[in-house]
Ligand binder design. Structure first.
Ligand code: NAD
Length: 487
Protein backbone atom coordinates (compact mmCIF):
# COMPACT_ATOMS: atom_id res chain seq x y z
CA UNK A 1 0.00 0.00 0.00
CA UNK A 2 1.23 3.42 -0.95
CA UNK A 3 -1.27 5.52 0.97
CA UNK A 4 1.35 7.07 3.26
CA UNK A 5 3.16 8.50 0.25
CA UNK A 6 0.41 11.09 0.00
CA UNK A 7 0.17 12.06 3.67
CA UNK A 8 -2.78 9.83 4.40
CA UNK A 9 -2.88 7.89 7.62
CA UNK A 10 -3.71 4.37 6.45
CA UNK A 11 -6.76 2.68 7.94
CA UNK A 12 -5.98 0.20 10.70
CA UNK A 13 -7.23 -2.84 8.82
CA UNK A 14 -8.06 -2.19 5.16
CA UNK A 15 -7.66 -5.92 4.52
CA UNK A 16 -10.71 -6.63 6.69
CA UNK A 17 -14.37 -5.70 7.00
CA UNK A 18 -16.06 -4.24 10.06
CA UNK A 19 -18.90 -6.63 10.89
CA UNK A 20 -20.67 -7.23 14.21
CA UNK A 21 -18.31 -4.88 16.04
CA UNK A 22 -15.16 -6.68 14.90
CA UNK A 23 -12.60 -6.48 12.12
CA UNK A 24 -13.13 -9.75 10.29
CA UNK A 25 -11.31 -11.55 7.50
CA UNK A 26 -13.17 -11.45 4.19
CA UNK A 27 -14.72 -14.63 2.84
CA UNK A 28 -14.19 -13.15 -0.63
CA UNK A 29 -10.85 -13.35 -2.41
CA UNK A 30 -11.66 -10.58 -4.89
CA UNK A 31 -9.67 -7.36 -4.68
CA UNK A 32 -10.44 -3.71 -5.44
CA UNK A 33 -8.00 -0.90 -6.18
CA UNK A 34 -7.82 2.79 -5.35
CA UNK A 35 -6.01 4.69 -8.10
CA UNK A 36 -4.47 8.14 -7.68
CA UNK A 37 -6.03 10.49 -10.26
CA UNK A 38 -2.77 12.46 -10.28
CA UNK A 39 -0.20 9.70 -10.78
CA UNK A 40 -2.52 7.00 -12.16
CA UNK A 41 -0.81 4.60 -9.72
CA UNK A 42 -2.57 2.13 -7.48
CA UNK A 43 -2.39 3.51 -3.93
CA UNK A 44 -4.38 0.81 -2.18
CA UNK A 45 -5.46 -2.77 -2.91
CA UNK A 46 -8.14 -4.08 -0.61
CA UNK A 47 -10.79 -6.81 -0.59
CA UNK A 48 -14.20 -6.55 -2.18
CA UNK A 49 -17.12 -7.93 -0.17
CA UNK A 50 -18.79 -10.93 -1.79
CA UNK A 51 -22.39 -11.98 -1.35
CA UNK A 52 -21.32 -14.20 1.56
CA UNK A 53 -19.65 -11.20 3.22
CA UNK A 54 -22.82 -9.17 2.66
CA UNK A 55 -24.85 -11.97 4.27
CA UNK A 56 -22.65 -11.78 7.36
CA UNK A 57 -22.94 -7.99 7.60
CA UNK A 58 -26.72 -8.07 7.08
CA UNK A 59 -27.11 -10.80 9.72
CA UNK A 60 -25.06 -8.74 12.21
CA UNK A 61 -27.15 -5.63 11.54
CA UNK A 62 -30.37 -7.68 11.76
CA UNK A 63 -29.34 -9.22 15.07
CA UNK A 64 -28.39 -5.77 16.43
CA UNK A 65 -31.74 -4.38 15.36
CA UNK A 66 -33.99 -7.28 16.43
CA UNK A 67 -32.29 -8.23 19.68
CA UNK A 68 -29.69 -5.56 20.51
CA UNK A 69 -30.08 -2.52 22.73
CA UNK A 70 -29.73 0.20 20.05
CA UNK A 71 -33.34 0.64 18.81
CA UNK A 72 -34.63 0.41 22.37
CA UNK A 73 -32.24 2.92 23.92
CA UNK A 74 -33.58 6.35 24.77
CA UNK A 75 -32.85 8.92 22.04
CA UNK A 76 -30.69 10.77 24.60
CA UNK A 77 -28.57 7.66 25.11
CA UNK A 78 -28.07 7.24 21.37
CA UNK A 79 -27.25 10.93 21.16
CA UNK A 80 -24.41 10.40 23.65
CA UNK A 81 -22.83 7.82 21.33
CA UNK A 82 -23.28 10.05 18.28
CA UNK A 83 -21.54 12.93 20.06
CA UNK A 84 -18.63 10.63 20.86
CA UNK A 85 -18.38 9.66 17.17
CA UNK A 86 -18.42 13.39 16.28
CA UNK A 87 -15.61 14.06 18.75
CA UNK A 88 -13.48 11.25 17.32
CA UNK A 89 -14.13 12.36 13.74
CA UNK A 90 -13.15 15.91 14.70
CA UNK A 91 -9.78 14.58 15.85
CA UNK A 92 -9.18 13.04 12.41
CA UNK A 93 -10.21 15.88 10.13
CA UNK A 94 -6.78 16.23 8.53
CA UNK A 95 -6.71 12.52 7.68
CA UNK A 96 -10.20 12.70 6.27
CA UNK A 97 -9.36 15.73 4.10
CA UNK A 98 -6.16 14.08 2.87
CA UNK A 99 -7.97 10.86 2.01
CA UNK A 100 -10.59 12.81 0.04
CA UNK A 101 -7.90 14.66 -1.88
CA UNK A 102 -5.88 11.51 -2.51
CA UNK A 103 -8.72 9.41 -3.89
CA UNK A 104 -10.90 12.00 -5.62
CA UNK A 105 -8.39 14.69 -6.62
CA UNK A 106 -10.45 17.36 -4.82
CA UNK A 107 -8.19 20.30 -3.93
CA UNK A 108 -6.92 20.25 -0.38
CA UNK A 109 -7.97 23.89 0.09
CA UNK A 110 -11.56 22.70 -0.36
CA UNK A 111 -11.50 19.35 1.41
CA UNK A 112 -9.98 20.97 4.52
CA UNK A 113 -12.87 23.45 4.56
CA UNK A 114 -15.58 20.85 4.04
CA UNK A 115 -14.57 17.93 6.28
CA UNK A 116 -15.99 19.65 9.35
CA UNK A 117 -19.44 18.78 7.99
CA UNK A 118 -18.95 15.21 9.19
CA UNK A 119 -18.77 15.89 12.95
CA UNK A 120 -21.37 18.61 12.41
CA UNK A 121 -23.80 16.02 11.05
CA UNK A 122 -23.25 13.62 13.97
CA UNK A 123 -23.67 16.44 16.51
CA UNK A 124 -26.70 17.81 14.69
CA UNK A 125 -28.52 14.47 14.64
CA UNK A 126 -27.54 13.86 18.28
CA UNK A 127 -29.23 17.16 19.22
CA UNK A 128 -32.20 16.46 16.98
CA UNK A 129 -32.71 12.97 18.47
CA UNK A 130 -33.23 14.65 21.84
CA UNK A 131 -35.94 16.99 20.57
CA UNK A 132 -37.52 14.91 17.78
CA UNK A 133 -41.17 13.94 18.41
CA UNK A 134 -40.58 10.18 18.66
CA UNK A 135 -43.75 10.02 20.78
CA UNK A 136 -46.64 12.39 20.22
CA UNK A 137 -49.67 12.14 22.49
CA UNK A 138 -52.98 13.04 20.88
CA UNK A 139 -56.69 12.78 21.66
CA UNK A 140 -59.45 11.13 19.63
CA UNK A 141 -62.86 12.74 19.12
CA UNK A 142 -64.28 10.25 21.70
CA UNK A 143 -61.79 11.58 24.24
CA UNK A 144 -59.57 8.49 24.08
CA UNK A 145 -55.80 8.69 24.20
CA UNK A 146 -53.63 8.10 21.13
CA UNK A 147 -49.87 7.87 20.94
CA UNK A 148 -48.35 8.41 17.51
CA UNK A 149 -44.85 6.98 17.71
CA UNK A 150 -41.97 7.09 15.27
CA UNK A 151 -40.09 3.83 15.18
CA UNK A 152 -36.81 3.12 13.43
CA UNK A 153 -37.40 1.69 9.98
CA UNK A 154 -35.00 -1.19 10.60
CA UNK A 155 -31.83 -2.45 8.95
CA UNK A 156 -30.63 0.11 6.40
CA UNK A 157 -28.24 -0.26 3.49
CA UNK A 158 -26.25 2.96 2.98
CA UNK A 159 -24.82 3.07 -0.56
CA UNK A 160 -22.65 6.03 -1.51
CA UNK A 161 -20.71 7.39 -4.51
CA UNK A 162 -17.08 8.41 -4.85
CA UNK A 163 -17.16 12.19 -5.21
CA UNK A 164 -17.75 13.20 -1.58
CA UNK A 165 -17.24 9.86 0.12
CA UNK A 166 -17.62 10.62 3.81
CA UNK A 167 -20.11 13.44 3.95
CA UNK A 168 -22.62 11.49 1.86
CA UNK A 169 -22.17 8.54 4.21
CA UNK A 170 -22.38 10.72 7.33
CA UNK A 171 -25.78 12.09 6.24
CA UNK A 172 -27.13 8.54 6.20
CA UNK A 173 -25.33 7.03 9.17
CA UNK A 174 -25.89 9.96 11.55
CA UNK A 175 -29.61 10.27 10.75
CA UNK A 176 -30.18 6.50 10.61
CA UNK A 177 -28.43 5.87 13.93
CA UNK A 178 -30.24 8.77 15.59
CA UNK A 179 -33.53 7.14 14.58
CA UNK A 180 -32.44 3.78 16.07
CA UNK A 181 -31.71 1.95 12.82
CA UNK A 182 -28.75 -0.32 12.21
CA UNK A 183 -26.61 0.11 9.12
CA UNK A 184 -24.79 -1.87 6.46
CA UNK A 185 -22.55 0.61 4.65
CA UNK A 186 -21.35 -0.04 1.12
CA UNK A 187 -19.13 2.82 0.03
CA UNK A 188 -17.99 3.32 -3.52
CA UNK A 189 -15.28 0.83 -4.53
CA UNK A 190 -13.01 3.66 -5.69
CA UNK A 191 -13.04 5.63 -2.41
CA UNK A 192 -13.23 3.45 0.70
CA UNK A 193 -10.70 5.18 3.00
CA UNK A 194 -12.97 7.55 4.90
CA UNK A 195 -15.57 4.82 5.50
CA UNK A 196 -12.81 2.83 7.23
CA UNK A 197 -12.01 5.91 9.33
CA UNK A 198 -15.68 6.27 10.28
CA UNK A 199 -15.83 2.58 11.24
CA UNK A 200 -12.76 3.08 13.45
CA UNK A 201 -14.43 6.05 15.17
CA UNK A 202 -17.65 4.08 15.66
CA UNK A 203 -15.70 1.18 17.15
CA UNK A 204 -13.81 3.52 19.49
CA UNK A 205 -17.02 5.28 20.52
CA UNK A 206 -18.24 1.88 21.76
CA UNK A 207 -21.50 1.54 19.82
CA UNK A 208 -23.13 -1.85 20.40
CA UNK A 209 -21.97 -4.66 18.12
CA UNK A 210 -23.58 -4.85 14.70
CA UNK A 211 -25.10 -1.35 14.77
CA UNK A 212 -22.71 -0.24 12.02
CA UNK A 213 -21.13 -2.60 9.51
CA UNK A 214 -18.76 -1.81 6.67
CA UNK A 215 -18.55 -3.93 3.52
CA UNK A 216 -16.94 -2.12 0.57
CA UNK A 217 -17.90 -3.55 -2.81
CA UNK A 218 -18.83 -2.76 -6.37
CA UNK A 219 -22.12 -2.85 -8.20
CA UNK A 220 -22.75 -6.61 -8.15
CA UNK A 221 -22.54 -7.08 -4.39
CA UNK A 222 -24.35 -3.75 -4.02
CA UNK A 223 -27.21 -5.15 -6.06
CA UNK A 224 -27.29 -8.24 -3.84
CA UNK A 225 -27.49 -5.98 -0.78
CA UNK A 226 -30.40 -4.01 -2.23
CA UNK A 227 -32.31 -7.22 -3.12
CA UNK A 228 -31.77 -8.81 0.28
CA UNK A 229 -35.09 -9.45 2.09
CA UNK A 230 -33.53 -8.60 5.47
CA UNK A 231 -32.78 -5.02 4.35
CA UNK A 232 -35.70 -2.83 5.39
CA UNK A 233 -34.52 0.35 3.73
CA UNK A 234 -32.02 1.46 1.12
CA UNK A 235 -30.49 4.94 1.35
CA UNK A 236 -28.74 5.57 -1.93
CA UNK A 237 -26.70 8.41 -3.39
CA UNK A 238 -25.43 8.03 -6.93
CA UNK A 239 -26.40 8.23 -10.56
CA UNK A 240 -29.99 8.50 -11.74
CA UNK A 241 -29.54 5.32 -13.81
CA UNK A 242 -28.55 3.25 -10.76
CA UNK A 243 -31.19 5.01 -8.65
CA UNK A 244 -33.98 3.99 -11.04
CA UNK A 245 -32.78 0.40 -10.96
CA UNK A 246 -32.62 0.40 -7.14
CA UNK A 247 -36.08 1.98 -6.88
CA UNK A 248 -37.49 -0.76 -9.13
CA UNK A 249 -35.82 -3.51 -7.10
CA UNK A 250 -37.11 -2.03 -3.83
CA UNK A 251 -40.59 -1.63 -5.30
CA UNK A 252 -40.93 -5.41 -5.71
CA UNK A 253 -41.00 -5.93 -1.95
CA UNK A 254 -41.91 -2.33 -1.04
CA UNK A 255 -38.64 -1.87 0.80
CA UNK A 256 -38.26 1.74 1.89
CA UNK A 257 -35.92 3.73 -0.30
CA UNK A 258 -34.50 7.24 -0.43
CA UNK A 259 -32.56 8.43 -3.44
CA UNK A 260 -30.15 11.33 -3.94
CA UNK A 261 -29.37 11.33 -7.65
CA UNK A 262 -27.96 13.44 -10.46
CA UNK A 263 -28.50 17.07 -11.35
CA UNK A 264 -28.25 19.69 -14.07
CA UNK A 265 -28.88 22.77 -12.02
CA UNK A 266 -29.52 26.24 -13.36
CA UNK A 267 -28.32 29.60 -12.11
CA UNK A 268 -30.60 32.40 -13.35
CA UNK A 269 -28.96 35.80 -13.54
CA UNK A 270 -31.84 38.28 -13.67
CA UNK A 271 -31.58 41.47 -15.69
CA UNK A 272 -31.15 43.54 -12.51
CA UNK A 273 -28.28 41.40 -11.16
CA UNK A 274 -24.84 42.77 -10.45
CA UNK A 275 -22.80 40.11 -12.26
CA UNK A 276 -19.64 40.91 -10.33
CA UNK A 277 -21.47 39.98 -7.11
CA UNK A 278 -22.64 36.69 -8.63
CA UNK A 279 -19.18 35.78 -9.89
CA UNK A 280 -17.60 34.40 -6.68
CA UNK A 281 -20.47 31.91 -6.18
CA UNK A 282 -20.44 30.89 -9.84
CA UNK A 283 -16.68 30.36 -9.74
CA UNK A 284 -16.97 27.99 -6.79
CA UNK A 285 -20.25 26.24 -7.54
CA UNK A 286 -20.41 25.90 -11.31
CA UNK A 287 -17.57 23.36 -11.27
CA UNK A 288 -16.65 22.34 -7.70
CA UNK A 289 -14.36 19.28 -7.38
CA UNK A 290 -13.67 19.50 -11.11
CA UNK A 291 -17.41 19.63 -11.71
CA UNK A 292 -18.00 16.29 -10.02
CA UNK A 293 -20.66 17.48 -7.61
CA UNK A 294 -24.35 16.72 -8.03
CA UNK A 295 -25.51 20.27 -7.20
CA UNK A 296 -23.09 22.07 -9.55
CA UNK A 297 -24.65 25.08 -11.31
CA UNK A 298 -23.85 23.82 -14.79
CA UNK A 299 -26.39 25.86 -16.74
CA UNK A 300 -25.99 29.61 -16.41
CA UNK A 301 -28.97 31.55 -17.78
CA UNK A 302 -28.23 35.17 -18.72
CA UNK A 303 -30.40 37.87 -20.34
CA UNK A 304 -29.75 38.08 -24.10
CA UNK A 305 -28.91 41.78 -23.83
CA UNK A 306 -26.18 41.16 -21.24
CA UNK A 307 -24.68 37.96 -22.67
CA UNK A 308 -21.37 39.45 -23.80
CA UNK A 309 -20.87 41.30 -20.52
CA UNK A 310 -21.30 38.03 -18.64
CA UNK A 311 -19.21 35.87 -20.96
CA UNK A 312 -16.29 38.33 -20.88
CA UNK A 313 -16.31 38.41 -17.10
CA UNK A 314 -16.91 34.69 -16.49
CA UNK A 315 -14.51 33.38 -19.13
CA UNK A 316 -11.86 35.86 -17.91
CA UNK A 317 -12.15 34.39 -14.42
CA UNK A 318 -12.41 30.72 -15.47
CA UNK A 319 -9.26 31.04 -17.59
CA UNK A 320 -7.37 31.91 -14.40
CA UNK A 321 -8.44 28.83 -12.43
CA UNK A 322 -5.27 27.16 -11.22
CA UNK A 323 -5.37 23.51 -12.30
CA UNK A 324 -2.80 21.21 -10.74
CA UNK A 325 -1.75 18.87 -7.96
CA UNK A 326 -4.70 18.82 -5.56
CA UNK A 327 -2.32 18.57 -2.58
CA UNK A 328 -0.84 21.98 -3.51
CA UNK A 329 -2.67 24.47 -1.25
CA UNK A 330 -2.75 26.99 -4.14
CA UNK A 331 -4.59 24.63 -6.51
CA UNK A 332 -8.23 25.46 -7.29
CA UNK A 333 -8.96 22.48 -9.51
CA UNK A 334 -7.45 18.98 -9.45
CA UNK A 335 -7.91 16.21 -11.99
CA UNK A 336 -11.07 14.27 -12.69
CA UNK A 337 -11.27 11.25 -10.42
CA UNK A 338 -11.02 8.37 -12.85
CA UNK A 339 -9.97 7.52 -16.37
CA UNK A 340 -13.60 6.75 -17.22
CA UNK A 341 -14.60 10.23 -16.01
CA UNK A 342 -11.99 11.78 -18.30
CA UNK A 343 -13.26 9.96 -21.38
CA UNK A 344 -16.86 10.74 -20.42
CA UNK A 345 -16.14 14.47 -20.11
CA UNK A 346 -14.11 14.53 -23.34
CA UNK A 347 -17.04 12.81 -25.05
CA UNK A 348 -19.44 15.54 -23.91
CA UNK A 349 -17.06 18.29 -25.03
CA UNK A 350 -16.97 16.68 -28.46
CA UNK A 351 -20.77 16.38 -28.44
CA UNK A 352 -21.09 20.09 -27.61
CA UNK A 353 -18.79 21.02 -30.48
CA UNK A 354 -20.67 18.69 -32.80
CA UNK A 355 -24.03 20.25 -31.88
CA UNK A 356 -22.74 23.71 -32.73
CA UNK A 357 -22.07 25.19 -29.31
CA UNK A 358 -18.97 27.40 -29.10
CA UNK A 359 -16.10 26.81 -26.72
CA UNK A 360 -15.37 30.13 -25.02
CA UNK A 361 -12.51 28.64 -23.01
CA UNK A 362 -10.97 25.27 -22.19
CA UNK A 363 -12.06 22.18 -24.09
CA UNK A 364 -8.82 20.22 -23.90
CA UNK A 365 -6.18 18.76 -21.63
CA UNK A 366 -4.12 21.42 -19.84
CA UNK A 367 -0.53 21.80 -21.01
CA UNK A 368 2.24 20.25 -18.95
CA UNK A 369 0.39 17.25 -17.54
CA UNK A 370 1.74 13.97 -18.92
CA UNK A 371 -0.02 11.96 -16.27
CA UNK A 372 -3.29 12.28 -14.41
CA UNK A 373 -6.88 12.74 -15.46
CA UNK A 374 -6.64 16.51 -15.91
CA UNK A 375 -8.98 18.52 -18.10
CA UNK A 376 -9.32 22.27 -18.61
CA UNK A 377 -12.30 24.06 -17.10
CA UNK A 378 -14.55 24.58 -20.10
CA UNK A 379 -17.26 27.13 -20.89
CA UNK A 380 -19.66 26.68 -23.80
CA UNK A 381 -21.64 29.59 -25.24
CA UNK A 382 -24.33 29.57 -27.95
CA UNK A 383 -25.89 26.61 -26.21
CA UNK A 384 -29.47 25.71 -27.10
CA UNK A 385 -31.49 24.33 -24.17
CA UNK A 386 -32.18 21.00 -25.88
CA UNK A 387 -28.57 20.21 -26.73
CA UNK A 388 -27.08 17.13 -25.08
CA UNK A 389 -24.60 19.26 -23.09
CA UNK A 390 -27.51 21.29 -21.68
CA UNK A 391 -29.65 18.27 -20.83
CA UNK A 392 -27.34 15.52 -19.56
CA UNK A 393 -25.28 15.47 -16.39
CA UNK A 394 -21.67 15.72 -17.57
CA UNK A 395 -20.09 15.46 -14.10
CA UNK A 396 -17.05 17.44 -15.15
CA UNK A 397 -15.92 21.09 -15.33
CA UNK A 398 -18.12 21.99 -18.29
CA UNK A 399 -20.57 24.87 -18.04
CA UNK A 400 -23.20 25.97 -20.56
CA UNK A 401 -24.13 29.64 -20.89
CA UNK A 402 -27.70 29.90 -22.19
CA UNK A 403 -29.46 33.16 -23.03
CA UNK A 404 -33.07 34.02 -22.33
CA UNK A 405 -35.50 36.72 -23.54
CA UNK A 406 -37.53 37.55 -20.45
CA UNK A 407 -38.34 36.22 -16.98
CA UNK A 408 -40.87 33.65 -18.25
CA UNK A 409 -38.34 32.37 -20.77
CA UNK A 410 -35.71 32.10 -18.01
CA UNK A 411 -38.02 30.04 -15.78
CA UNK A 412 -39.07 27.82 -18.70
CA UNK A 413 -35.46 27.16 -19.63
CA UNK A 414 -34.39 26.53 -16.03
CA UNK A 415 -37.19 23.96 -15.71
CA UNK A 416 -36.42 22.34 -19.07
CA UNK A 417 -34.65 19.42 -17.44
CA UNK A 418 -35.41 15.90 -16.31
CA UNK A 419 -33.45 16.80 -13.16
CA UNK A 420 -34.38 19.15 -10.33
CA UNK A 421 -31.74 19.10 -7.61
CA UNK A 422 -30.47 22.59 -6.97
CA UNK A 423 -30.40 26.10 -8.39
CA UNK A 424 -29.68 29.77 -7.82
CA UNK A 425 -31.18 33.15 -8.70
CA UNK A 426 -29.10 36.32 -8.75
CA UNK A 427 -30.90 39.65 -8.51
CA UNK A 428 -30.70 43.00 -6.79
CA UNK A 429 -34.20 42.36 -5.44
CA UNK A 430 -34.36 39.36 -3.06
CA UNK A 431 -38.19 39.39 -3.06
CA UNK A 432 -38.18 38.98 -6.83
CA UNK A 433 -35.55 36.25 -6.38
CA UNK A 434 -37.84 34.44 -3.93
CA UNK A 435 -40.74 34.54 -6.40
CA UNK A 436 -38.55 33.05 -9.13
CA UNK A 437 -37.15 30.46 -6.69
CA UNK A 438 -40.73 29.33 -5.94
CA UNK A 439 -41.29 28.65 -9.61
CA UNK A 440 -38.14 26.58 -10.14
CA UNK A 441 -38.94 22.84 -10.10
CA UNK A 442 -35.98 21.91 -7.97
CA UNK A 443 -35.23 20.72 -4.42
CA UNK A 444 -33.22 23.72 -3.28
CA UNK A 445 -32.52 27.21 -4.54
CA UNK A 446 -30.29 29.95 -3.17
CA UNK A 447 -31.08 33.60 -3.77
CA UNK A 448 -27.84 35.48 -4.49
CA UNK A 449 -25.38 32.69 -3.75
CA UNK A 450 -25.17 28.96 -3.30
CA UNK A 451 -25.69 27.34 0.08
CA UNK A 452 -25.85 23.66 0.98
CA UNK A 453 -26.22 23.35 4.73
CA UNK A 454 -26.43 19.87 6.29
CA UNK A 455 -28.82 21.18 8.94
CA UNK A 456 -31.43 21.86 6.24
CA UNK A 457 -33.09 19.46 3.82
CA UNK A 458 -31.41 18.68 0.52
CA UNK A 459 -32.68 16.49 -2.31
CA UNK A 460 -34.31 16.36 -5.66
CA UNK A 461 -37.50 16.94 -7.61
CA UNK A 462 -38.09 14.82 -10.72
CA UNK A 463 -35.25 12.43 -11.62
CA UNK A 464 -32.90 13.96 -9.04
CA UNK A 465 -34.30 11.75 -6.32
CA UNK A 466 -36.85 10.89 -3.67
CA UNK A 467 -36.76 11.96 -0.03
CA UNK A 468 -34.48 14.49 1.61
CA UNK A 469 -31.23 14.27 3.52
CA UNK A 470 -30.19 16.83 6.12
CA UNK A 471 -32.38 18.65 8.60
CA UNK A 472 -35.28 17.00 10.44
CA UNK A 473 -36.52 15.71 7.05
CA UNK A 474 -33.32 13.64 6.92
CA UNK A 475 -34.38 11.85 10.10
CA UNK A 476 -37.95 11.36 8.81
CA UNK A 477 -36.34 9.11 6.17
CA UNK A 478 -35.43 6.55 8.85
CA UNK A 479 -38.67 6.23 10.81
CA UNK A 480 -42.00 4.50 10.41
CA UNK A 481 -45.12 6.03 11.96
CA UNK A 482 -47.13 3.80 14.29
CA UNK A 483 -50.45 4.79 15.83
CA UNK A 484 -51.31 3.27 19.21
CA UNK A 485 -54.89 3.79 20.35
CA UNK A 486 -56.01 3.34 23.95
CA UNK A 487 -59.60 2.03 23.80
P1 NAD B 1 -23.13 5.23 -9.38
O1 NAD B 1 -24.60 5.25 -9.44
O2 NAD B 1 -22.39 4.55 -10.45
O3 NAD B 1 -22.66 4.52 -8.01
C1 NAD B 1 -23.02 5.01 -6.73
C2 NAD B 1 -22.91 3.88 -5.73
O4 NAD B 1 -23.89 2.90 -6.03
C3 NAD B 1 -21.58 3.14 -5.75
O5 NAD B 1 -21.28 2.73 -4.42
C4 NAD B 1 -21.87 1.94 -6.63
O6 NAD B 1 -21.03 0.85 -6.36
C5 NAD B 1 -23.30 1.64 -6.22
N1 NAD B 1 -24.13 0.98 -7.24
C6 NAD B 1 -24.16 1.20 -8.57
N2 NAD B 1 -25.09 0.42 -9.14
C7 NAD B 1 -25.68 -0.29 -8.14
C8 NAD B 1 -26.72 -1.26 -8.09
N3 NAD B 1 -27.34 -1.68 -9.18
N4 NAD B 1 -27.07 -1.76 -6.88
C9 NAD B 1 -26.46 -1.34 -5.77
N5 NAD B 1 -25.45 -0.45 -5.75
C10 NAD B 1 -25.07 0.07 -6.92
O7 NAD B 1 -22.68 6.75 -9.20
P2 NAD B 1 -21.20 7.34 -9.09
O8 NAD B 1 -20.60 7.37 -10.44
O9 NAD B 1 -20.48 6.64 -8.00
O10 NAD B 1 -21.51 8.83 -8.58
C11 NAD B 1 -21.82 9.87 -9.42
C12 NAD B 1 -23.32 10.14 -9.42
O11 NAD B 1 -23.78 10.38 -8.10
C13 NAD B 1 -23.68 11.39 -10.21
O12 NAD B 1 -24.80 11.13 -11.01
C14 NAD B 1 -24.02 12.40 -9.13
O13 NAD B 1 -24.87 13.43 -9.53
C15 NAD B 1 -24.61 11.55 -8.08
N6 NAD B 1 -24.55 12.21 -6.77
C16 NAD B 1 -25.71 12.69 -6.23
C17 NAD B 1 -25.68 13.37 -5.02
C18 NAD B 1 -26.94 13.91 -4.40
O14 NAD B 1 -26.92 14.23 -3.19
N7 NAD B 1 -28.05 14.04 -5.11
C19 NAD B 1 -24.46 13.56 -4.37
C20 NAD B 1 -23.30 13.08 -4.97
C21 NAD B 1 -23.36 12.39 -6.17
Amino acid sequence: MNVMARKVEAPKAPEKFFIGGEWVQPISNKMLEVVSPVTEEVVLSYPEASQADMDRAIAAARQAFDNGPWPRMSPAERAGYLRKVAELLAERLDDIANAWTLQVGAPIMLTKKLVGQNPTLFNYYADLAESYPFVDERKRDDGGKVKVVKEPVGVCAAITPWNAPLVLLSYKVAAGLAAGCTIVAKPSPETPLEAYMLAECIEKAGLPKGVFNLVPAGRESGDYLVRHPEIDKVAFTGSTAAGKHIAAVCAERLARVSLELGGKSAAILLDDADFSKALPSLMIYSMPITGQVCFSLTRILVPEARKQEFVDMFVGAVSHIKVGDPFDPETHMGPLTMARQLSRVQGYIEAGRGEGAKIACGGGRPAGFDKGYFIEPTVFTDVEPDMKIAQEEIFGPVVSVITYKDEEDAIRKANNSTYGLSGAVFTSNPERGYEIARRMRTGSVTVNGMIVDPKHPFGGFKQSGMGREGGPEGLDNYVETKTIHFA
